[in-house]
Design a protein around this ligand. Structure first.
Ligand SMILES: [Zn+2]
Length: 413
């Protein structure tokens, strides 16, 4: 892919602090349209002109499709080890931005980036904590925003770790940092809003559901989206009515640490696709599970951990996923045309005297460990992570990201 000038422009012009998810989402979409809608997506095809021509010419060449890339990663939650590492003992302030240094530029090249936030951000007064009842500082959201994430899903088994108050504080923090977010709500009306983002003329709606909340009862039924096939179908239909070209359904489901999807995961994915979902973003097993491209639809059964302090190479291995999206301007139909992935390993290192936990591009870091501050002894870990991710993910329509030469050299790992 070449660098699209419009992409940078859009990202730069993206409105920062936002208030309320969905109303704002419409506003966000409008702002994007204003900022970017009039600029045609660069394309090498002939006659790539404006797509709002009168249409009365004899046989105008068909307009080029609109294209967008959606980047997706798995679970983000901070164990005590990461909390401690992100804290400056001199000031007591937190900064997790250095954790994302190795992937920031890559994430920012995507038109849109989504992740699963699996921790409340319940405020300092509640006390920050890792497992089992998580509460991360706002600095985590700052780091994710800075890294280029736009959308966070947060229906998961830790949504209620800090009760209703923590959930509401998290909701407000996500608004404050300008994220589009979905999965929890403060009111029934808020639950029913459509979280939609328009990028390069493609409208993508995001929804998110979890199998449960670790036995903590929902204070109000609307607060956390629980997996319910009828509800998912109704939400997908509502998103379509609101004008979504593609509907993404995040499912927090499956069995922890299992490299294969469970029969229940398979069943729920079928049901969501049958109800019209185009993209399934799976998480919760904390390890990678296979991805599938099916007739213009993408299924990521489990994206693994993107940032956390779990133990074990499999749990620290994940991937950056890119979904390539095309929208036919004439028919108005949009589809996922390809899935690409970059194997990633959450590596613990001491950089400039401080511990950092960084999702590293496994192949690049294995080839040039010094550049990434990786001790030579850790290179085999990165190589194994790369091979594990490729083994689990590579499939028809699901391929390593990058040029053929780069892929060939990485496959030599
Ligand atoms: Zn989970």
């Amino acid at each position: 892919m070449g660098g699209h000038p419009t992409r940078r422009l859009c990202r730069f012009l993206r409105p920062r602090p936002s208030r309320v998810a969905a109303a704002l989402l419409v506003a966000l979409a409008a702002a994007w349209l204003a900022a970017c809608g009039g600029i045609p997506v660069p394309d090498t095809g002939p006659g790539s002109g404006s797509d709002d021509e009168e249409g009365s010419r004899p046989s105008p060449p068909p307009p080029p499709p609109r294209r967008a890339t959606l980047l997706s990663v798995g679970d983000i939650f901070l164990h005590d080890s990461l909390l401690q590492a992100g804290r400056d003992p001199a000031t007591g302030n937190y900064d997790f931005r250095p954790f994302l240094d190795p992937v920031r530029d890559t994430i920012r090249t995507a038109d849109l980036a989504v992740a699963n936030l699996e921790t409340p951000v319940a405020g300092k007064a509640a006390g920050y904590s890792g497992y089992p009842l998580f509460n991360a500082p706002d600095a985590l959201l700052e780091a994710l925003r800075d890294a280029g994430f736009d959308v966070l899903t947060n229906a998961n088994n830790h949504s209620l770790d800090r009760g209703a108050r923590g959930l509401i504080r998290t909701y407000e923090s996500l608004d404050r940092f300008g994220f589009v977010h979905t999965g929890t709500a403060r009111s029934p009306a808020e639950r029913d809003r459509v979280a939609m983002v328009e990028v390069n003329g493609v409208r993508i709606a995001f929804t998110a559901y979890t199998y449960g909340t670790n036995g903590i009862p929902l204070p109000e039924p609307h607060m956390v989206n629980l997996i319910d096939e009828e509800r998912i179908a109704a939400d997908v239909a509502r998103a379509r009515q609101a004008g979504a070209d593609l509907v993404s359904v995040s499912l927090h489901f499956g069995n922890e640490y299992q490299p294969e999807p469970s029969p229940e995961q398979e069943r729920l994915v079928e049901a969501a696709l049958d109800s019209g979902a185009d993209i399934i973003l799976g998480h919760h097993p904390h390890v990678l599970q296979r991805a599938e491209l099916r007739d213009g639809k993408a299924v990521l059964f489990s994206q693994g951990n993107f940032l956390c302090g779990q133990i074990g190479e499999d749990r620290m291995t994940s991937a950056l996923f890119w979904l390539d999206i095309e929208k036919d301007v004439t028919t108005g139909r949009a589809a996922v045309t390809g899935i690409r992935f970059e194997p990633v390993y959450i590596h613990k290192a001491r950089i400039a005297g401080r511990l950092v936990w960084r999702p590293l591009p496994a192949a690049a870091a294995a080839r040039d460990p010094a550049r990434y501050g990786v001790p030579p002894g850790d290179v085999p870990v990165l190589e194994r992570a790369f091979r594990r991710a490729v083994e689990r993910l590579e499939a028809p329509g699901v391929q390593l990201n990058g040029s053929r030469e780069a892929v060939a050299s990485r496959q030599a790992l």
